[in-house]
Design a binder for this molecule. Sequence first.
Ligand SMILES: [Zn+2]
Ligand SMILES: [Zn+2]
Length: 761
Amino acid sequence: MARLLSAPSRSGRVTHVEHVPARQAGQAGWPEWAPDVLVSRLENQGISGLWQHQLDTAEHVRRGQNVIIATGTASGKSLAYLLPAVADVLAGGTVLYLTPTKALAADQLRAVRALRLAQVRAATFDGDTPAEERPWVRQHANYVLTNPDMLHRSMLPGHARWSSFWRRLRLVIVDECHGYRGVFGSHVAQILRRLRRVCGKYGSRPTFLLASATASDPALAGARLTGLEMAEVTTDASPRGSATFALWEPPLTDLRGENGAPIRRTATAETADLLTDLVVEGVRTLAFVRSRRAAETVALTARRNLEEISPDLPSQVAAYRAGYLSDDRRALEKSLRSGSLMGLATTNALELGVDVSGLDAVLIAGWPGTRASLWQQAGRAGRAGQDALAVLVARDDPLDTYLVHHPEALFGRPVEAIVLDPDNPYVLAPHLCAAAAEIPLTEQDLEIFGPAAPDVLDDLAGRGMLRKRTTGWFWTSRGRACDLADIRGAGGAPIQVVEAATGRLLGTVDEPSAHMTVHSGAVYVHQGETFVVDLLDLDSDVALVTAAEPDYTTYARDITDIRVAESIRMRPFGPGELHFGSVEVTQQVVSYIKRRTQTGESLGEEPLDLPPRTLHTRAVWWTLPDLALAPLMADTDGKPVDLGGAAHAAEHASIGLLPLFATCDRWDIGGVSTQLHQDTGLLTVFVYDGHDGGAGFAERGFARAVDWLSATQEAIASCECEQGCPSCIQSPKCGNGNEPLDKAGALRLLGILLGSDTRPE
Ligand SMILES: [Zn+2]
Ligand SMILES: [Zn+2]
């Protein structure tokens, strides 16, 4: 493995190597109240006691104190909740375990069943639970493992059928709660409030135990998520093997992209090559990539590379992603555990808890979005205590470029906050309807739903969604209120992806991203097979596809218009102003470009005819007055700054960097820039949340504006290209074909805004 870093056969380069030393084990023991039968079963499994952080967490729960445990991967968080949970069940109570994925629930079920305690009747309750088994779960299970979706759509609306479960509910475990961020997190926060209310009606007041990857301010995040005060446990006392962490930058190639920009070798191509090398060396490797498409491409490319070396090797590499049928998933997991599979390319579906241990190396193709995810993914390697290798391969975007050149932003600093906004009225409204449908809402209930609830209820009553009577608010429609909230943030029915020739259903794509991912002409990859979309039919929510093997991938482009509805917060910022407020965004996917898969080379643009979508959302924006811009216009040496191009370049790069501060995805946010905006009358750059009502990201950008925009300036400055490229100021989803862009102008514009402008001599 070391050879891979010291004498790479590849043209990419290591920009930084970090050695993370091993950590010795701390003291371990059992709490005195731990049931003997449970302790003996755990000791039979070779567990001799709890580490201090597990013990502290269990003790909080024992005292009825809500608690969040936020420690690293493989720190044994599951033992911290298993012990108090099983103790509660043995004492006659029930336990509800929530996880974002079915796979993790199945994993936890195995762990509980492995205790072989007859009194503990554990069962999963999710979309895979057969109808004939559900009544048994409702009536007899005392340890129910489910996900927020099932709670929202089934358990809470049908609460009466779960009455004996609610009545005895002692503990709610919310696992992997760092996954509940943005709009999805805001929905889950409201579902947990509905859960608390339903429990209250049945006379129980369960304790909440949250488990998270390391996060800054975990108690605060836990309080936002549950609406309850939280204790926090953050010191990890578990032993850990040493690890080597490398940052890897793919080379610029001779190829030219849009407007002649140099193209960096893709992270996907680079990762496929590194995976090939590792599999040849007999190193068991997991490659994390951002999209399902990339997972398929990495596996496909590595298999082709290996084919040339030996005909037995290609079968040792596969791709994995969420959305596979559970049988396919289980088969892949099994062969990875047994070692018949040496290399697996996956989206972060695996990150959320499928138990894959005994790996030697992890490749991470592109910044996974948060330091928490990075450590989570890297932590997949070296569980058995041997030295592990993790490599972060940069994609050609501003954030990845910034990170591989700024290791201090990754190592030895606190991880990010879990950003969510439960008071978003677009999120709150459907949950108030769902709550009223469950049990009519009364004045006393409102406190649970937060300060925005009274206004939202008035609005719902005004629109006839709820009926207000003297005793409270009632849901009187025949429809299911829970159908109003699409909690995965999608909005609208999912699009079904269907093979035109056979009618076979390949999968689903949520409605807002369908415009971007399965528009007519889009390349769509499923289980190693590549398809081209013949037609996206928005009336019947279907995308028809045909198997094909094009040598390009597609990127949709949109155009966007923005109107300021209200500036909620404003502060002076350098010579200009910084605002946070509500905006109306009109967005339309207008075309797509084709890029050659292996090289990223642009193959031209095709128009699309899709309807515009209107968003009512939140934005952060900055303005600069003409007076402050005068120095840029007055330049006599060389060419004057193209103000529109400078603002546009700064907008692209700042969208690229906001995820570092706001824990969002580049695709969760959008931007608009203009030399003269109709509402501000000034040069203005907007960055907005791409979800109705906002998701908290723009608000975070407002709060961290100096750090955010300074990093933006840094990222542009540290890219070695001359005129701008995808690693700095070009955006893959720019509706203007990345024109105009002015790299030097963007640096000067940001310099003026941040007070660091120096005129070039
Ligand atoms: Zn560049
Ligand atoms: Zn643009």
